[in-house]
Design a protein around this ligand. Structure first.
Ligand SMILES: Cc1cc2nc3c(=O)[nH]c(=O)nc-3n(C[C@H](O)[C@H](O)[C@H](O)COP(=O)(O)OP(=O)(O)OC[C@H]3O[C@@H](n4cnc5c(N)ncnc54)[C@H](O)[C@@H]3O)c2cc1C
Length: 339
């Protein structure tokens, strides 16, 4: 039987290590547990909130209802032919373990996403991305349970409506489904994406001309470790803000004032900017304000250096957003889910 506990403190379940309690809390390990939790929530008229690894979640207040911590495991090759393989990961598996599974089976496409913290089930929610690859590029389908009815549904690529750090599960389907598993379609031959974030330079420095999967994940590990704080020692949630996307017209005006502003084309008549660069430009990179600060090696990462309270984080977020707005007239949007 499912163990549902009362008033469980959530801070240890998030990488920011902040957060009061959940009114009710349980851990699910399989589909049967999920259905039992749904039935309990219905009977007790409680809302459900899902937690994976808590690496993209900031809890600022007591959560009313039932928090389900997902620990559904399982990694499997479900189909394989000469061109590609489909691999399915249980939603509570650690994402990097899933990538490692692909690597050990010589399957290509997921390697640039190695070491993104968190679980397989959360990966589609914000369409995780790194080094020029997004989940949507290797996504096949996902299986999910509707929290209201307990009915199971398969979501295709189109159903998920992926976009930059977003999906249907962050918009119209928010808090409506528990993702049970994610299936990736991976190639049996390499199609490297090496032009982002100094992957190529790092390989060249090592004298690697013809890389293999192990070389790539080793390089990704080195780059990430050199830039990003380890949540185990410096609590954080990775990039705290999204890179803003603005119209080409607005961008042209900005470019006049800031000729060195980093930018990338983003769809039709839009340009993506670097939120980290903007935060650095307003002088907040590496500066500490009480227990909080934007990380000295990556200005987009908000670090909880010393047991900050939820209120302190909320005030600090306001401060960063106000400073960026004052300089650029652009409002940063949080990437992290704030509860
Ligand atoms: C150091 C660091 C580096 C990071 N680098 C990157 C990066 O390079 N690229 C990137 O994209 N992100 C990055 N992140 C953010 C984070 O790792 C990802 O967003 C990750 O997918 C979150 O996984 P999680 O299991 O911890 O999600 P959680 O924080 O537990 O949940 C995130 C959201 O997904 C929902 N959710 C979780 N599981 C399920 C499920 N099974 N079904 C339905 N909804 C669910 C939750 O309700 C919540 O809304 C980084 C974070 C850290 C701390």
């Amino acid at each position: 039987m499912l163990n549902i506990v009362k008033n469980e403190i959530l801070a240890p379940y998030t990488t920011m290590k902040i957060g009061p309690a959940a009114e009710f809390f349980t851990i699910v390990k399989n589909r049967k547990d999920v259905l039992e939790a749904i039935t309990w929530a219905k009977a007790n008229k409680k809302k459900i909130m899902i937690l994976g690894g808590g690496s993209n979640t900031l809890v600022t207040k007591k959560i009313k209802g039932l928090v389900i911590k997902n620990e559904i495991k399982g990694l499997d090759i479900v189909e394989k032919n000469k061109d590609y393989a489909l691999i399915e990961g249980g939603s509570g598996e650690i994402w990097s373990k899933f990538v490692n599974f692909a690597v050990t089976h010589d399957l290509y496409g997921a390697e640039n996403l190695f070491l993104i913290p968190g679980t397989v089930g959360a990966a589609p929610v914000q369409n995780i991305g790194a080094y020029g690859v997004e989940l949507k590029d290797i996504f096949f389908h996902l299986k999910a349970i509707e929290l209201k009815t307990g009915a199971e549904k398969i979501f295709s690529l189109v159903d998920c409506d992926f976009s930059y750090r977003s999906s249907a599960f962050k918009k119209e389907l928010k808090n409506q489904y528990l993702i049970l598993s994610v299936t990736l379609k991976l190639s049996r031959t390499p199609d490297w994406k090496l032009d982002y974030g100094s992957i190529k330079e790092n390989l060249t420095l090592k004298g690697i001309v013809k890389p293999n999967l192990k070389n790539i994940i080793a390089v990704i590990q080195e780059i990430r470790n050199s830039k990003l704080p380890n949540p185990a020692t410096l609590p954080n949630s990775g990039s705290f803000f999204q890179n803003p996307i603005i119209s080409s017209i607005k961008f042209k005006k900005l470019l006049k004032k800031y000729p060195d502003i980093p930018n990338w084309p983003s769809g039709k008549n839009e340009v993506k900017l670097s939120a980290g660069w903007m935060i650095e430009r307003v002088g907040l990179k590496g500066k500490k304000f009480g227990p909080l600060g934007m990380y000295e090696k990556q200005a987009l990462v908000l670090v909880n250096y010393n047991n900050a309270s939820a209120g302190q984080v909320l005030n600090f977020i306001k401060k960063v957003k106000a400073a960026v707005y004052k300089e650029f007239k652009i409002t940063l949007k949080e990437e992290v889910n704030i509860l």
